[in-house]
Design a protein. Structure first.
Length: 286
């Protein structure tokens, strides 16, 4: 393994934005985008899990990006203020003595919340997946056990369906129902870290796509610390700009954010192309 693409969480807006970033890289450097999409390892968390499953499905990037601009969507509309949600979860974690206890408290919120029917949520996630089977390549999707607070990294060897793994990774606590797999209930991998970039350890070149302002603190995890674990890898982070954050709005889970977020991401991706090209290796000889 020499290259890794890490796709972080960020709601429905984050899915559109990350696909936009990849489309923007393709605008500026088509061959570079092809090499990034063919990364030896793809790590996805929450929104990034959906994007990871999409781009490893063999579906053309143009098609995936165009879908974000369409008014047609199977996403479930939910009225939530993202900042208020994180504040509420922060209150639940207040006073916890360990990170594990903090995550268990978040898991308790996830388990007790009144949400849509699990089947309705699963159908929405299913509609995101062009292909329902795991790809024949290294794809890792992060989720968190609601009871233990432990992180799990789902792969094609985990004995879990791709749909369940993506849904678990994107089960935002307090908004979407936890996903039951093999007798355990799982919630959003972002409850451990919004990027889980440390799962890319061993790669020599790592690109992290993160739908948040550069330097903005993560509600969970610490991207800077995770990047340190990747040393001596060459790492580049593509972060959102102010226009992107404006596109996300106050409800990043709203399907209405998709077109503006995709376009904002496309501009960001094009702006980063030269720096990513300096990081990413050229294609290896066949």
């Amino acid at each position: 393994m020499t290259t890794a693409l890490v796709l972080a969480g960020g709601g429905v807006a984050g899915i559109a934005w990350e696909l936009g970033v990849l489309r923007g890289l393709a605008d500026a450097e088509p061959a570079l985008a092809d090499r990034i999409l063919a990364a030896d390892l793809v790590v996805g968390t929450s929104a990034g899990a959906s994007v990871a499953a999409q781009i490893t499905s063999g579906t053309p990037l143009d098609e995936l990006y165009a879908a974000q601009l369409s008014s047609d969507s199977a996403e479930v509309a939910v009225d939530v203020d993202t900042e208020q949600l994180f504040a509420r979860l922060g209150e639940a974690m207040a006073g916890a003595s360990t990170p594990e206890e903090s995550r268990r408290r978040v898991g308790a919120v996830a388990s007790a919340a009144e949400t849509v029917d699990p089947a309705v949520r699963l159908a929405a996630v299913d509609a995101r997946l062009p292909v329902k089977q795991w790809p024949d390549r290294s794809l890792v999707l992060a989720a968190v056990d609601v009871e233990t607070g432990d992180r799990v990294a789902f792969t094609r060897d985990s004995g879990v369906s791709l749909l369940d793994a993506v849904a678990a990774s994107a089960a935002v606590p307090g908004v979407w129902p936890p996903v039951t797999i093999g007798g355990h209930r799982y919630m959003d991998g972002g409850a451990w870290s919004m990027a889980n970039a440390d799962l890319a350890v061993g790669a020599e070149h790592v690109l992290v796509v993160r739908p948040a302002l550069e330097g903005a603190p993560d509600p969970w995890g610490d991207l800077a610390e995770e990047i340190e674990t990747l040393a001596p890898a060459k790492v580049h982070v593509i972060s959102a700009d102010e226009a992107s954050v404006a596109a996300f709005g106050t409800n990043a889970l709203s399907p209405a954010t998709r077109p503006a977020s995709a376009r904002a991401g496309r501009a960001v991706g094009a702006a980063h192309a030269a720096r990513v090209a300096a990081l990413w290796p050229v294609a290896r000889p066949a």
